[in-house]
Design a protein around this ligand. Structure first.
Ligand code: CP
Length: 301
């Protein structure tokens, strides 16, 4: 691994290796030393979890971070190009973690700078570190990755986390049920991929009808910021709300995951049930991001 840009770039063995390394880091069996390393966190879009968990991960590894959050206080305001900004930051840091609204921005960054680049989300395209922490969370809760029945609910068109996760899980023989408003279905290129790999999937309307067959349900918010017309968002918002009353007969091993932030798609009465796993999932992000940083900077051996 030189960079981490898309789940398509990772083999099944590499995914399993990162899960194993995350487990060892969590248990204290592996303590990578990044004390001489510095990561630049370049966030052109807002973030709570990804930004703070990368900063936490780097600190726990003994390393340091420098941070850009938005361009308001940078020389982008004076007309500096994206490439020149990247090439400058690469003079200071050993690793760039980048989030951008522009699809392909992280790939461009990786091709521009000589240091490793991690995609922390590029538009509606990919969010591979989220997919890796999600799959780590699935392994922890289900004790396996193979042959799971998974409901994927919400904004499947603009939700970059679901694009990365579905690609990551497709190596583990899942059965997917996709539930979304009709304008926000999973993109055809992902469905084509699943068909080629002979992965079973079904597009459904009513979550209630299927929820008792799920091992886990991955819920996402409708991505308001990706709508060109705010009125289109107003028409669709609130289409899917998961509430405690829907969970009466779910499987014992059933868990609800969500990349967060949550808006209204999971009612807060679900939080106290044994099925809610989204805050532990966010915690798992620190271990996985420690593993990813160590693997990219050669501290995992
Ligand atoms: N899951 C996720 O990417 O959250 P943030 O946008 O808060 O980083």
């Amino acid at each position: 691994m030189n960079d981490l840009i898309s789940m398509r770039d990772l083999s099944k063995d590499e995914v399993l290796y990162l899960i194993d390394l995350s487990e060892k880091i969590e248990k204290g069996e592996c303590k990578p030393d990044m004390s001489r390393k510095l990561a630049a966190l370049m966030f052109y879009e807002p973030s709570t979890r990804t930004h703070f968990s990368f900063a936490t991960a780097m600190k726990k590894l003994g390393g340091q971070t420098i941070t850009m959050r938005g361009t308001a206080s940078t020389s982008v305001q004076k007309g500096e190009s994206f490439a020149d900004t990247l090439l400058t930051i690469a003079q200071y840091a050993d690793l760039i973690v980048i989030r951008s609204a522009i699809e392909g921005a992280a790939r461009y960054a990786a091709e521009t700078v000589p240091i490793p680049v991690i995609n922390a989300g590029d538009g509606a395209n990919q969010h591979p570190t989220q997919a890796l922490l999600d799959i780590f969370s699935i392994k922890k809760t289900q004790k396996k990755l193979e042959d799971l029945t998974i409901g994927v609910v919400g904004d499947l068109k603009f939700g970059r986390t679901v694009h990365s996760l579905v690609q990551a899980l497709s190596d583990f023989n899942p059965r997917f049920y996709f539930a979304s408003p009709s304008h926000l279905k999973m993109p055809p290129y992902i469905l084509d991929d699943l068909t080629q790999k002979k992965i079973a999937f079904e597009e459904i309307r009513e979550v209630e009808k299927y929820i008792n067959t799920f091992d886990l349900m991955y819920v996402t918010r409708i991505q308001k910021e990706r709508f060109a017309d705010p009125e289109d968002y107003e028409k669709i918002k609130g289409s899917y709300i998961i509430s405690e009353s829907m969970l009466k007969e779910v499987k014992k091993n059933f868990k609800i995951l969500h990349p967060l932030p949550r808006v209204d798609e999971i009612s807060t009465d679900v939080d106290a049930t044994p099925y809610a796993y989204y805050f532990q999932q966010a915690r798992n992000g620190v271990y996985m991001r420690q593993a990813i940083i160590a693997a990219l900077l050669g501290g995992d051996k």
